[in-house]
Design a protein around this ligand. Sequence first.
Ligand SMILES: [Zn+2]
Length: 330
Amino acid sequence: MEAPVNAARLILSACLTLLFIPSAHAQTPAIKVTLLGTAGPEYFPDRLGISTLVEANGRKLLFDVGRSANQRLYESRVNPKDITHIFLTHLHNDHYEGLPELWMTPWFLLGRDHGFDLWGPEGSEAMIAGMRAMFGHDLEKRVNKFNPIANLEIKVHALSEGVVFEDGGVKVTAFPVEHDDGNPAYGYRVDYAGHSVVLSGDTTLNENVVKYGTKADLVIHNVIAFSERLSQLPEMKGVLAKLTTPEQAAEVFTRAAPKLAVFSHIVTKELNGAKGLDEIMARTRAAGYGGPLTMGQDRMTIAVGDTVAVLPPRSLDDLPDLDSKLQVFP
Ligand SMILES: [Zn+2]
């Protein structure tokens, strides 16, 4: 019976996705979301570190900077040097290990002419100071009139619950979540032009995600699923408790009722590949969530406006070189 059930699931998933693909004449979305990387810390061939780009009214807001976020920006036709605002959910390494690359490489290679504003939990200031120390050689020897040190400035903003950024009608609100040894940990809500996108960050089932995600256009949520064998191991129970199981996600989505729910930061062990993703979707459905749901994919974009439209990753064909200060990205 397993094969027909899987086939039915695949058809259902495809139908739900197709419902959200807009016509070629769709209006420019109020908010455009690009899932740059959708993995947790695990290595997968097709998923890189967690990082999500939210674009609204010309602002490019980057939420977390996981492994190879720079590469995914480039592949998404976004010049990494254009990132100006970075929001970290917490200080587990898989959420900011791409930061040094985003900080240094566009500075010396792509002619970035500005620093960053960065929002992060307690400890972010020390982390940035440590990063500056780590790259002390470059800061001392590589600085010149083409690569001024001013363009490496990072202004760190402390996080607490409430509005942390507001510019051009784009508002970012931070809210605390629960991530065990990842605390203090935050989720975020972005509002613009009457539309909203909520990122759970790394958390177990948390009332704040329900509160801020209620009636949002889009909720992007972490998920964790292990094989039955691993789920039974006492040492794994603590790991599972740090993040959100498909059953817990179903509860969040059912109560918040967003126009679309998307999984990103997908943590699986012994459930890799399509089988694991299929199981996550099936368990979420079996737990009672029947609304719109999509499994995130690296470089997938979601256009949020009067409709919420999922667009598959763009082809990597015809990507131009991006290795010169003179390069104008199309
Ligand atoms: Zn994580």
